[in-house]
Each structure stands twice: as structure tokens, then as C-alpha cells.
Design a protein around this ligand. Structure first.
Ligand code: LUB
Length: 216
């Protein structure tokens, strides 16, 4: 059921541009809060077990308020997955600005991503929704491809700087790192709610990229 506020949002006569903008800002804030709540409950319970009522209660809204912004649970899953893929490069971006040598940049990017998997519900939900994609009647983005391409780009720079020690291609390193990262975050989720993920990622980069630290 729509609240009175939403009915007003929908049917109000626009009296001036500022008022309209404030309404729009509030609607966007509510939509964002519904998305964050959906992420929290998807991350905790998984797509099949979640109801729109769970999302509404988590957000402190009515079911109608959730339906005002998202047509159904599938639309919510799609929006959360899209936000997951919007955020991944934003998490890596600051690591690229540090002016580190290419291989150290890769390590920094993976460590920041590990922190986000530990702390960010949208990231956790995105990973869980992708493993549950067969049960979701919506089109989720293709998993792994973008992050693998991002790693391959950084590793190509490392290769050009002579930092890759073995004869493996940057693309092979990217495949190995994404496989290891994905496995580590999954096992760490199951075993410790990802509390030990950063240590696991440090182990991975030390083993796979022994040249990443000056001492290595
Ligand atoms: C990332 C997942 C989980 C890969 O890129 C993706 O599609 C990913 C989907 O389940 O982790 C590692 C960053």
C-alpha cells in the first residue's frame, strides 16, 4: 500500500521548480535506502528467502513504499547487482591515484576490494546474487568479466615495466588472481563472515606476485 506521502509524490501539482526538486531528492534518497536495505537482506538471507516485506521492514517503510520504487524482488536484485558493478571500479580507482609501481597498484587494488567485501553490504549482496543467478528471474550482468579485464589492464602495465617475473601473460595472471580472490572471498564468507579475507588476499598476492614488494 502506498503511503500518503507517496501519493502526494505521485500526484502533486508542481507549483515551483525548487519544490519539485526537493520532492525528487527525497524520492531518490528513499530509493537509495530501499536499495541498501535490499542489499542487506539479500546478503544475509539470499534471494530465494527474501520477501518484499523483509526489505520494507529493514528500511522502515511500508511494502507499498518499496513497490513504488521497484516493481518486484527481481527488479531489486537487478538494481543491487548493477550497483555492485558500479562500485567495484570505484573501490579500485583510489589505488590507481597513489602513484605506486604497477604491481604494487594491483596489490593495493585487491586489498581495497577485500576491505569492501568485508564491509559493504552491496558488495556482499552482489557476490551472493551472482551465485544465486539461476534462481533469479532477471538478467544480471555477466560476472567476473569486467574485474578480470581491469586486472589484466593493470597487469599489462606491470609487464611493460618488467615487473612480471614468470613467463605468464598478464591475462593469465588476471585469471589466476580473480579465481583465487573469488575463492578466498567465498571461503572467508562461509568460515568467518570475511573477517580473515584481507589476510587471505595478502597470502594470495605474496604467492602469485612475489615481486610486488621491494623485499619480495
Ligand atoms: C567478483 C563476483 C564476486 C570478482 O566480478 C564479479 O562478478 C565478482 C561475482 O560473484 O567477486 C572478484 C572481485
Amino acid at each position: 500500500m502506498a503511503t500518503h506521502q507517496e501519493s502526494r509524490d505521485r500526484h502533486r501539482t508542481v507549483t515551483n521548480a525548487k519544490g519539485a526538486r526537493l520532492k525528487q531528492d527525497r524520492a531518490l534518497q528513499t530509493q537509495q535506502s530501499v536499495l541498501e536495505s535490499a542489499a542487506a537482506v539479500f546478503a544475509a538471507k539470499g534471494f530465494p528467502g527474501v520477501t518484499i516485506l523483509d526489505v520494507a521492514e529493514h528500511a522502515g517503510l511500508t511494502k507499498g513504499a518499496v513497490y513504488f520504487h521497484f516493481a518486484n524482488k527481481e527488479a531489486l536484485a537487478e538494481a543491487v547487482a548493477q550497483e555492485f558493478y558500479r562500485r567495484l571500479p570505484l573501490i579500485v580507482e583510489p589505488a590507481l591515484q597513489l602513484g605506486l609501481p604497477p604491481l604494487r597498484t594491483v596489490v593495493e587494488a585487491l586489498q581495497r576490494t577485500a576491505d569492501a567485501f568485508r564491509d559493504d553490504r552491496v558488495i556482499q549482496a552482489g557476490a551472493r546474487l551472482q551465485i544465486e543467478r539461476a534462481y533469479i528471474g532477471a538478467t544480471l550482468p555477466t560476472p567476473y568479466a569486467d574485474f578480470e579485464a581491469l586486472l589484466a589492464r593493470l597487469l599489462t602495465q606491470a609487464d611493460e615495466a618488467g615487473e612480471l617475473r614468470s613467463g605468464l601473460s598478464p591475462e593469465a595472471y588476471a585469471r589466476i588472481l580473480i579465481s583465487a580472490f573469488f575463492g578466498a572471498q567465498h571461503i572467508s564468507w562461509v568460515q568467518s563472515d570475511r573477517q580473515d579475507l584481507k589476510e587471505r588476499v595478502t597470502e594470495i598476492v605474496d604467492a602469485v606476485l612475489p615481486g610486488h614488494s621491494p623485499a619480495g
